[in-house]
Write a protein that binds this ligand. Structure first.
Ligand code: ADP
Length: 328
């Protein structure tokens, strides 16, 4: 594909619905040609942000730039973006090929040219043999690929995906996320993918933008966000962390950086609340002073060398270098 990797930038973008502020003056430059995930709990403003980028929702205040030009007031088809919806929104009475070619028909392209381009897109998503089927004759994963081909046929610079995997069962979800990532690498265009699943974001994203209460809490590479969460919210939402209040402030520490020691040893004393076998690891939770719960993820073999049970008194041990001070 002919890609120039234009930069998508949000400048103080706000969305209000009546008195509700769904998105509150957020600014962000997306990495051109990168895979970005907007991650956050339900209601934090992710979909509103995506729909404003797509042009399906009016920007209340602020600007959206693509390659330096303000696209905030252009109609969706003129922005250089394309959207793939959560429920795929396929037309049930149209064949796979006609679904994929639909936007070209709306644009007035002639039939031979539409079908040629639809054929190329179906090849890209490995669906050529199914081009004459109707959507209800396809599996969920195949429907998703049709929806992808339909969004990509307009040759967007940015593909916007709203919870694209949520309609799939867990097994297919993991397979399809691998396919999304592969496709994004092949195409080299920017993807902006909305999800409330931290595993999905960590697995897919070059860049994670964590949202909460209508603002961006933190943005960075997946490793930066996971290894250096800035706030207690990000540490808790991204998972795999403890947030502990110590005399000199609030800290995050990864659960796999906490070990179990004999009572009287280690950094703090705790009482075991729960032990959960997770295959490669055992998840242990303990109550420490001040009614705080601390979790430790112990490699399976290490745990069974010294098994412990709920009610046991233990020491919790970590290297202070792994404590990470939080700003809020
Ligand atoms: P998310 O995608 O993170 O779940 P949304 O962007 O859908 O969040 O919603 C953000 C906030 O805006 C929520 O409080 C939601 O109820 C509200 N909201 C979303 N769409 C509308 C709408 N069309 N009219 C009124 N309020 C809306």
């Amino acid at each position: 594909m002919n890609v120039q990797n234009k930069e998508l930038e949000l400048i103080s973008v706000t969305k209000r619905y009546g008195a509700t502020v769904a998105v509150d003056a957020i600014s962000h430059k997306f990495q051109p040609g990168g895979y970005a995930c907007l991650l956050g709990p339900s209601g934090c403003g992710k979909s509103s942000t995506l729909r404003m980028i797509a042009g399906h929702e009016i920007v209340s205040q602020g600007s959206i730039l693509l390659g330096g030009s303000d696209i905030s007031h252009l109609p969706p088809a003129k922005r250089g973006t394309a959207m793939m919806f959560q429920n795929y929104a396929l037309f049930p009475h149209l064949s796979v090929a006609d679904n994929v070619a639909f936007s070209l028909k709306m644009r007035g392209d002639d039939k031979p040219s539409r079908l040629k381009k639809a054929g190329e897109m179906l090849e890209l998503v490995d669906l050529s043999p199914l081009s004459d089927r109707l959507p209800d004759q396809l599996s969920g994963g195949q429907q998703q690929r049709v929806a992808l081909a339909r969004a990509l046929i307009t040759r967007p610079q940015v593909l916007l995906l709203d919870e694209p995997l949520s309609a799939l069962d867990p097994f297919l979800r993991i397979r399809m996320r691998g396919e999304l990532r592969k496709l994004q690498r092949e195409l080299g265009i920017s993807f902006v993918h909305v999800t409330h699943g931290q595993d999905e974001a960590l697995a897919l994203a070059d860049e994670i933008v964590v949202m909460n209460n209508a603002v961006i809490e933190q943005a960075g590479t997946a490793r930066e966000v996971f290894n250096a969460p800035k706030t207690a919210f990000v540490a808790q939402f991204i998972g795999g962390h403890n947030v502990i209040a110590l005399p000199d402030g609030h800290f995050a520490i990864r659960t796999d950086a906490v070990g179990i020691a004999l009572p009287g040893n280690g950094n703090l004393q705790g009482n075991i609340l729960g032990v959960e076998y997770q295959g490669a690891h055992v998840a242990v939770s303990a109550m420490i002073a001040g009614d705080q719960e601390v979790s430790a993820t112990i490699p399976e073999a290490e745990f069974f060398n010294n098994p412990i049970n709920p009610g046991d008194q233990v020491g919790l041990i970590w290297d202070d270098a792994n404590l990470h001070k939080l700003t809020a």
